[in-house]
Design a protein around this ligand. Sequence first.
Ligand code: ADP
Ligand code: MG
Length: 385
Amino acid sequence: MGHLVWLASNPQTGPRLADHWEKSVVDDVFSSALRKQTGVSLKYMLDFGSRPIERQLILSAQFLHNELPVRLAHRVAELENSPYGLSAKPHVLKVRDWYVESFKELRAFSRIRNASDEEEFTNLLRHIYFRHRNVVPVLAMGVAELKRELQHEVGLNDLPDIHQMLDSFYLSRIGIRMLIGQHVALHEPQKENHIGLIDTRCSPGVVCADAIADARMICMREKGSAPEVSIYGDPGFAFPYVPSHLHHMVFELVKNSLRAVYDRWEDAAQEPPPIRVVVAEGEEDICIKVSDEGGGIARSGQPKIWTYLYTTARSPLEDIRDRSAGSTESAEGPSVLAGYGYGLPISRLYARYFGGDLQMISMENYGTDAYLHLNRLGNVQEPLP
Ligand code: ADP
Ligand code: MG
């Protein structure tokens, strides 16, 4: 909270906002950034039921109409205050302006009184959701640019405050997208057992199988072949979760394992040992282990894998530089096997958003085990940094 006060009282250091936006908007952003964000419990989302009545949708829209500008303003403040001059990078300014634009549109929307207001508001939400689809890759370009400069000019490699800022920024983004996505999904024809984005009978076995198939396809495309992956666990088991989040995490972990195993066994005479995905259902937690014999990570490299600047793959960011603005690429960037260095840190945020976690345990020169712990959705409150 401290830095926001600082921002509000030093508008010239929240430097560039006032250069690009009219004063009334800047003032409104500043005062909204000082308001507290309100967390939502997952239970609250589940309580809506699969066929929400009109009154519930209006209440949900009214809540979002009030809450989203506050959350967006907090993100603007974070970007404006990002350290080492990151805030002035053109890509960062572009992302910031998407947030200001959405903020403005939400504030300009008049009070939601009836079903037709609510319908119109939902259209605005769809529009905003779409506008922000490329935030991760575009922001990544700003960070990559900064990384190059700092390495060359000051030999700075490790930027803890940047990682902290990005962790908090991306975690909040997951929350914002969950709230919007949930509201919008309640308007769409509901799939069986779904409450908005939440599948009350989400099967980790089915989601893992999908994610594995997708990851192996990318590996085949890039490398020409893909190591085998086997799944262990009760295929009939299901629990309430957001399948798209689970898919995202398992997809990233399996991509990492495929790459490590492929590279390590590329020149070997025998077939590479299969990657093992194990699903364990506990009382508290569902745990998914992705286990490979891809040579592991040295202990000194362990902390780096959670940073947003670290990858041992060539960066594909250059390729999307020109396409990012208007492309219809998937929400989290184009699909490549590796290269952003974002797979692990973002997956850990997805796990943490619902009270879970992600850990990597490695044996150097042997292999890596990733442990994905997922909370059975209960009364956990959204984490709000
Ligand atoms: P990216 O895959 O884009 O490089 P990640 O965040 O997914 O980004 O992973 C960061 C780095 O961690 C990888 O570049 C790789 O060096 C290392 N890593 C991740 N998973 C594994 C694994 N299963 N085996 C060996 N190294 C790994
Ligand atoms: Mg990866």
